[in-house]
Ligand binder design. Structure first.
Ligand code: HEM
Length: 466
């Protein structure tokens, strides 16, 4: 290498070093490394990632900025991540400037093959239209009744008998797996009125459930790779991309058969004038899109898949943490059992609604162990957050739901303690709804979880049965 090339390299390295020193002073969060930004820290702490993010947020007063690509121009754009758990910032993103913070192109690309333009993966007008249609359905009493029916059926016919058999034989049960199977059966019943019976004696394998799991895992794996890399893997047909492709084929085949049966049923119902079914798929099949046309099969498939993804793991994860917390807090367990007994002595009508302490214990579980521990949004235009943080267009904002429930500034000195009492009004003993931007486990603003009330109904019924 001649002298001029060496000098050029030294000059570039020195300029980079000066730039890097400036940017690392400007970024408030965890240590950043040349080129790799804060990725080494994230990888090192991957087993306790949410606790690590919480510690960083505590040290920085609720918001910090870091970069996952310490390269000039990118570090303050696509490579910049603002991490926050400040309720005012969260409200700003999820409500006040909702349009400026969509899920964004990177998120949509990752999930497009699996979830298409379904409600969970849509932004803008596509989301608005589906959200309105779905929101109307979620407020109907018949959907609540349908959820009640599916849950009670699964509990009575299979969940409780499995637990009873294990008790008689003194055998251990994997409660987490059992609850996951039960909530999968519940949500499939609600979404397209099919009893998948994965929660059954002998814990049978179900092709649709396994394909769904593989597709979820393969889609999530795309998140940890740069976009060009997973797209290349998809193009070359490598690794989990092969599994994704195969699983999507199985899922499509299964759902196409369900949709075709439902179409036949709807036709014969129209002819005979008999009342229709109350599952979500049938409800969407009777509706028309923005152009006044019936939905395509592909769209209907995605509707069903989006609802399954939204309502399956979320409830089962929350219940698993709930059972763990309750077994480690005997006083809370006693109070729950006493409440269930006294409500059942009084009435057998709308009894689940009266289980206030149980709802408080479930909410407290979700505060400490939210099923969705963090979420991310894309910044469309330059903006300033209420706490003064400048967020440039093209960057992303991650809000840590896990950290939100663990901040002394929001929940007080005892924020790490499991205390269902904080959800009960001292004045009238009724359930106390905390501000939705402080308790973000169900998201907040226009994109708040549509299944929140159904989830409470489902979780209370299962918890009370155990
Ligand atoms: C403990 C149980 C649950 C929790 C913690 C939970 C949490 C959430 C969260 C955090 C989101 C926002 C996700 C995002 O935008 O990235 C969401 C959205 C949603 N949830 Fe739930 N969920 C639960 C149960 C359910 C159930 C049982 C259903 C359906 C029966 C459901 C239906 C939905 C739907 C349709 C959306 C999309 C709303 C939209 O984007 O407009 N959820 N949920």
């Amino acid at each position: 290498m001649d002298v001029s090339n060496t000098m050029l390299l030294v000059a570039i390295a020195a300029a980079y070093w000066l730039w890097f020193k400036r940017i690392s002073r400007w970024l408030k969060g965890p240590r950043v490394w040349p080129i790799l930004g804060s990725l080494p820290g994230l990888i090192e702490q991957r087993d306790r990632m949410h606790d690590w993010i919480t510690e960083n947020l505590r040290a920085c007063g609720g918001t910090y900025q870091t970069c996952i690509c310490a390269v000039p121009f990118l570090a303050k754009k696509q490579g910049l991540v603002t991490v926050t758990c400040d309720p005012k910032n969260i409200e700003h993103m999820l409500k006040t400037r909702f349009d400026n913070y969509p899920k964004g192109p990177a998120w949509q690309a990752v999930f497009h093959d699996f979830l298409g333009q379904g409600i969970f993966n849509a932004d803008g007008d596509t989301w608005l239209f589906q959200g309105k249609t779905a929101a109307l359905e979620f407020t109907t009493r018949t959907l609540r009744q349908a959820m009640g029916r599916w849950v009670n059926r699964g509990i009575k016919l299979r969940f409780c008998p499995i637990l009873e058999t294990a008790q008689i034989k003194c055998e251990p049960v994997d409660l987490q797996d059992l609850v996951l199977r039960l909530t999968f059966d519940n949500i499939c019943g609600l979404a397209f009125r099919k009893d998948t019976r994965t929660c059954a004696p002998g814990l049978p394998e179900n092709g649709f459930a396994s394909a769904f799991d593989r597709a979820t895992e393969a889609s999530l794996q795309r998140f940890i790779l740069p976009e060009f890399l997973w797209k290349l893997k998809k193009w070359l047909g490598l690794g989990l991309e092969v599994s994704l492709n195969r699983s999507l084929g199985e899922i499509d085949g299964y759902l196409d058969a369900v949709i075709n049966t439902r179409k036949q049923e709807l036709l014969s119902q129209q002819e005979s004038g008999v009342q229709g079914h109350d599952d979500l798929l049938s409800r969407f099949m009777k509706k028309k899109d923005q152009k006044g046309q019936s939905y395509s099969e592909g769209f209907l498939r995605h509707v069903a898949l989006n609802f399954i993804l939204a309502g399956r793991d979320t409830s089962s994860v929350a219940l698993s943490w709930f059972f763990w917390l309750v077994t480690t807090h005997p006083t809370v367990e006693n109070k729950i059992v006493r409440e269930i007994c006294s409500v059942l002595i009084e009435t057998r009508f709308d009894e689940v609604d009266r289980l206030v302490y149980l709802k408080a214990a479930l909410s407290e579980t979700l505060r400490l162990y939210p099923s969705v521990p963090e979420d991310s949004k894309h910044v469309v235009n330059d903006d300033i957050m209420p706490d003064g943080t400048f967020v440039p267009a093209g960057s992303s904002v991650t809000y840590s739901i896990y950290a939100s429930g663990r901040m002394k500034t929001t929940w007080g000195e005892d924020c790490l303690e499991f205390k269902p009492e904080r959800w009960i009004s001292p004045d009238d003993g009724k359930f106390l709804n905390h501000n939705q931007y402080r308790f973000v486990a169900f998201n907040a603003g226009p994109r708040i979880c549509l299944g929140k009330e159904l989830a409470y109904l489902q979780m209370k019924t299962i918890a009370a049965a155990v």
